[in-house]
Design a binder for this molecule. Structure first.
Ligand code: ZN
Length: 194
């Protein structure tokens, strides 16, 4: 059973590894990721947000399970050819309730594989460009709070502290493993599929 982890869980800072194998279990993982994303009303979800070390994310810009034709799965994404700049407000399922303006290229080319192993490539713009950049950031251990202005970050200090306090409480109660155990598990999963 997967669940969405929240800041400052260390897996959110882990650099995910390219996938070498797509097996039945990975297909199940992807279905679970979509289900979690819909439940949280998000438009994108990266594997590191469900405590998995794979370069994989899922997107449905409508965030609507009755529109499965809008579902997209990206494995081993590579972003190139950024064009333009656009500022828009972002949020994150790993930092629920926190929002901030982030400046990103307005258009970008994405190269990736889908779940059936087909190579997909294309230029994306608008919301799709923003989402693929936000999610690819996750695979590199980067969060949108790393890209907000210093003033906004200062204003978010209390919110971040609250997330940190909740996390420390979960650790104290033994609800979450320690950093070493978390890393060992990620490395074990990487050995199997990366
Ligand atoms: Zn996010």
């Amino acid at each position: 059973m997967l669940s969405i982890i929240q800041y400052p869980h260390p897996t959110l800072r882990h650099k995910a590894k390219p996938l070498r194998r797509v097996d039945a279990e990975l297909q199940t993982i992807v279905r679970e990721m979509f289900a979690l994303m819909y439940k949280a009303k998000g438009v994108g979800l990266a594997a590191t947000q469900v405590d998995l070390p794979y370069r994989l994310f899922v997107v449905n810009l409508l965030s609507d399970p009755t529109h499965p034709e809008e579902e997209q799965v990206f494995l081993n994404p590579v972003l190139t050819k950024p064009h333009g700049l656009d500022t828009a407000e972002e949020g994150c399922l790993s930092l629920p309730g926190l929002y901030g303006d982030v400046k990103r290229p307005e258009r970008i080319t994405i190269d990736a594989y889908n779940l059936t192993g087909e190579h997909i490539q294309g230029e994306v713009s608008g919301l799709m460009a923003r989402v693929v950049q936000h999610e690819t950031d996750h695979l590199d251990g980067v969060l949108f709070i790393d890209r907000i202005s210093p003033t906004r970050k200062l204003a978010a200090k209390d919110d971040l502290y609250e997330f940190e306090t909740i996390f420390a409480g979960q650790r104290e109660r033994g609800e979450l493993p320690g950093d070493t155990a978390i890393l060992a598990r990620l490395q074990e999963l990487e050995k199997q599929r990366c």
